[in-house]
Design a protein around this ligand. Structure first.
Ligand code: PBG
Length: 325
């Protein structure tokens, strides 16, 4: 069918028609809201490069979670700022570490909130790398045991799901084994399967105080130039027992989201990261973009590319708007 017989504009004439043929939707059920937790009481400190994002002490984390639940945001992912850092990142897997305490408190006070934990060492090591350092390099195999210990300690605290973000080879199977050996068969792993060495994480590293003290993460995170390699990474994580495959960042890597969608049957998540959030906020603060519309369009585009789940700092404001607020 060709013009003038076929006119695509016929079905765009009003919102009812447009809504009828809309192929993609976003709802708060698709979103995971990242939260930063730190020691102390009464702390609610805004992250300078991420307006609207706060570092919270556990008391305020509970308040925040209740508010989110009220808005229909029912899933959070937690990042922790420890009391102190050391070379082995020991607070990452301490029984009374900041995340372990936060998870216990959340599951106790806000049991309906789904709580996923980020599993990584970079916020807990004094050198800021995602594993242990041996001769100035991140040692893959030595890090696996600590990552598995971290994931297990989160599950013991009551985490509903664990999300390894370190990009060490073999960590998904190591974590799966540790969980299964300890009767946590039901705890899924959302693997940061395809995580690029991206400059878009800058504001997050302010928020979580996790910038590497020497070098960078290109020795373990993926080269932004590579797409076929993403398929190999995802294949490995599937074989090792991942339940959900994540791509990170989101918008600059929508081609990767779309490729994963085509090639894998597992649910796909995409992480709309701190730098993507900061760009929207900065432009909006200058009056250069309409924030609400840009956020809606961004989340829609990530879903259209094939993501089932979106991790985003915009979750709460999106939900408020979705509810008509
Ligand atoms: C920890 C981790 C990072 C992010 C999520 N988990 C930072 C990094 O890898 O440097 C980034 C999230 C964001 O930018 O919003 N490894």
């Amino acid at each position: 069918m060709m013009f003038p017989e076929y006119r695509p504009r016929r079905l765009r004439r009003n919102e009812t028609l447009r809504a009828m043929i809309r192929e993609t939707t976003v709802s708060p059920a698709h979103l995971i809201y990242p939260l930063f937790v730190q020691p102390g009481k009464g702390v609610r400190e805004e992250v300078p490069s991420m307006p609207g994002v706060f570092r919270l002490s556990i008391d305020n984390l509970i308040k925040e979670a209740k508010e989110c639940l009220g808005l229909g945001v029912r899933h959070v992912i937690l990042f922790g700022l420890p009391e102190k850092k050391d070379p082995a990142g020991s607070e990452a897997y301490a029984k009374d570490g900041i995340i372990q305490r936060a998870v216990r408190a959340l599951k106790d006070k806000v049991p309906d909130m789904l709580v996923t934990t980020d599993v990584c060492l970079c916020e807990y090591t004094d050198h800021g790398h995602c594993g242990v350092i041996v001769e100035q390099e991140v040692d893959n195999d030595a890090s696996l045991e600590l990552l598995a210990k971290t994931a297990l300690s989160h599950a013991e605290a009551g985490a509903d799901m664990v999300a390894p973000s370190d990009m060490m080879d073999g960590r998904v199977s190591e974590i799966r084994a540790a969980l299964d050996e300890n009767n946590f068969h039901q705890v899924p792993i959302m693997a940061y399967a395809v995580k690029y060495a991206s400059s878009f994480y800058g504001p997050f590293r302010d928020a979580a105080d996790g910038a590497p003290q020497f070098g960078d993460r290109r020795g373990y995170q993926m080269d932004p130039a590579n797409s076929r390699e993403a398929m190999r990474e995802a294949t490995l994580d599937v074989e090792e027992g991942a339940d959900i495959l994540m791509v990170k960042p989101a918008v600059p890597y929508l081609d990767i989201v779309s490729r994963l969608r085509d090639e894998f049957d597992l649910p796909i998540a995409a992480y709309h990261v701190s730098g993507e959030y900061a760009m929207i906020k900065a432009a909006a603060a200058n009056g250069w973009l309409d924030e609400a519309r840009v956020v809606d369009e961004t989340l829609l585009s990530i879903r259209r590319a094939g993501a089932d789940i979106i991790l985003t700092y915009c979750a709460k404001e999106f939900a408020r708007r979705y509810n008509g607020g």
